[in-house]
Ligand binder design. Structure first.
Ligand SMILES: C[S@@+](CC[C@H](N)C(=O)[O-])C[C@H]1O[C@@H](n2cnc3c(N)ncnc32)[C@H](O)[C@@H]1O
Length: 227
């Protein structure tokens, strides 16, 4: 179970290189994954989106560009210090806060999203419950997270890249080898997409589903709070 103090300190250390490393290590595909997440939410004009674990703001900004009013929440001030000037939200804001105790009343949002954050919170069930709490009836929970591709060729190649190459390159550029070893460690320890879907359904979410992105390197999960 991730230790929040350690996670916050780690993202504080790598914040300055986080975006560069995302683009580099994913070959830019991460932008496409976030676009898929936004597309999954349908028409967003006038909707309210809470983006939990917003980090440097990539997903929050993508939602804002699609017409939503967005509040991005993250507990690492260094990440927000990059989000605020570099990815300003025309009709929204970034707030420091804990994704397991979102600083909002119940039933205020239409979409609650989390990209590459659920793996980092201390208790993912509490976090998902909290995301559901802030949603209006019928609201959508969206989770974007890494997976491990299973195909024989892609699976073997990716496992090598993810466990051997990525920690070295990430560690070298960020100056923090631990942070980029933590990534594969937590992904290898992550439930399968089917298990996570069942977990979301067990929390009372309806119409739960998922889609593999780029052969299963990432997964987009969704579920709705009952209408
Ligand atoms: C891998 S980054 C993802 C950032 C962003 N969503 C993205 O797609 O690039 C994970 C983020 O989760 C944040 N985080 C982890 N646990 C958190 C918590 N309990 N509450 C708020 N933010 C948290 C970290 O500070 C970090 O910015």
């Amino acid at each position: 179970m991730p230790d929040p103090a350690r996670v916050r300190a780690m993202f504080g250390r790598i914040a300055g290189r986080y975006d560069l490393l995302n683009r580099l290590l994913s070959g830019g595909i991460d932008r496409r994954w976030r676009k898929r997440a936004v597309g999954c939410a349908g028409t967003l004009e006038g909707s309210v989106v809470v983006d939990a674990c917003c980090g440097t703001g990539d997903l929050a900004l993508a939602f804002a560009r699609a017409g939503a009013r967005v509040v991005g929440v993250d507990f690492t001030p260094e990440m927000l210090r990059i989000a605020r000037p570099e990815k300003p939200l025309e009709r929204g804001l970034y707030a420091q806060g804990d994704a397991m105790r979102l600083p909002f009343r119940a039933a205020v949002a239409d979409v609650a999203s989390i990209a590459f954050g659920l793996r980092n919170v201390e208790d993912r069930r509490s976090c998902l419950r909290e995301m559901a709490r802030v949603l209006r009836p019928g609201g959508l929970v969206l989770v974007l997270e890494f997976g491990m591709p299973r195909g024989r060729f892609l699976g073997a190649w990716y496992r090598f890249y993810f466990t051997r190459v990525l920690p070295r390159v990430g560690g070298w550029i960020s100056g923090d080898r631990d942070a980029y070893s933590y990534l594969p460690d937590t992904v290898l320890d992550w439930p399968t997409a089917t298990e996570l879907r069942a977990e979301m359904a067990s929390l009372g979410l309806e119409d739960c589903g998922f889609r593999a992105l780029t052969g299963g390197i990432a997964y987009l999960h969704w579920g709705r709070v009952p209408a």
